[in-house]
Design a binder for this molecule. Structure first.
Ligand SMILES: [Zn+2]
Length: 278
């Protein structure tokens, strides 16, 4: 995988170098299927597991980038956004001249599905409050609340790893995903413990859910100004929220500010190799 600079206004675009450079924009209209990971599809061409890289872009304030891939799945690396953050920081970040446009939420939207809940409320900044209730002795009920400004994404969210069990691994393989649950690329849960401690944060699980949510909401195509509240949601509900927001133009408006930060891109290329070892 390589990340290349992109012109102002182009957004995040994936390019399959193994398929004649076929391009897929990271937007809600290209969302394909969502279960363990979020996938994009255009004209039958798939890009899988986009959420961690897109999350890193939002956390770093990157608006425009071209992501080249030579297969359908983004590298999972250590299961967090941290390696992406580091490679982008090494490549550097450049301000572009055009003022950034935000999607400002004007009125609330709440969605429920059984005991799952997701909502967005008007706010001057982008903040997230996430709750999970996971039947495992080390997890249980966790809530994490964060305002995604002033580097708090980089300090509190980027390093939180995904988690899974050996059963998930088999299910993912059955779905054709290359990655498995290994000690190198996720927190591996056993029945009442984890295989590869220690945790990076005592509440690493819910922090990773915030990471996923931020990555899925990147499919709005713009940085959002709103307070997102989620309880036991997942990729499917995150992306459903995105398409509901985009469909109803009375929910939001596009704004720029007098002192809006400019759009940003990575000026030099950054590379990461896929790791799918077990
Ligand atoms: Zn994830």
């Amino acid at each position: 995988m390589r990340i290349l600079p992109a012109a102002s206004g182009s957004g995040i675009v994936f390019r399959r170098t193994d398929l004649d450079g076929f391009e897929i924009e990271a937007t809600s209209s290209n969302v394909a299927r969502v279960s363990y990971a979020t996938s994009l599809m255009k004209k039958g061409v798939l890009i899988s597991t986009t959420e961690h890289l897109l999350s890193a872009f939002i956390g770093l304030g990157i608006d425009n980038a071209l992501v080249e891939l030579n297969n359908l799945e983004l590298p999972i690396l250590d299961g967090s956004a941290q390696p992406f953050v580091e490679m982008i920081q090494q490549a550097g970040i450049r301000k572009q001249r055009r003022a950034r446009k935000y999607l400002r939420i004007r009125r609330e939207l709440e969605m429920r599905e059984g005991n799952k809940f997701i909502a967005v409320y008007p706010s001057k900044t982008y903040s997230v409050s996430y709750s999970i209730n996971f039947p495992h002795p080390l997890i249980g009920k966790e809530t994490f609340q964060v305002e995604l400004t002033n580097g708090s994404y980089l300090r509190h969210i980027a390093a939180a790893r995904t988690f899974g069990s050996r059963e998930d691994e088999q299910a993912m393989r059955n779905m054709g995903l290359i990655r498995g649950a290994s000690r190198e690329n996720c927190i591996v849960l056993t029945r009442d413990d984890i295989e590869n401690g220690p945790l990076r944060f005592p509440d690493e699980f819910v922090r990773h859910k915030v990471l996923d949510l931020v990555g899925d909401l990147a499919l709005l195509g713009k940085q959002i100004l709103g307070n997102v509240v989620a309880d036991r949601a997942g990729h499917a509900m995150h992306t459903a929220l995105v398409s509901r927001i985009l469909r109803d133009k009375t929910l939001w408006e596009e704004v720029t500010f007098a002192e809006t930060p400019a759009e940003r891109e990575t000026p030099f290329r950054a590379e990461a190799a896929a790791s799918s070892s077990l």
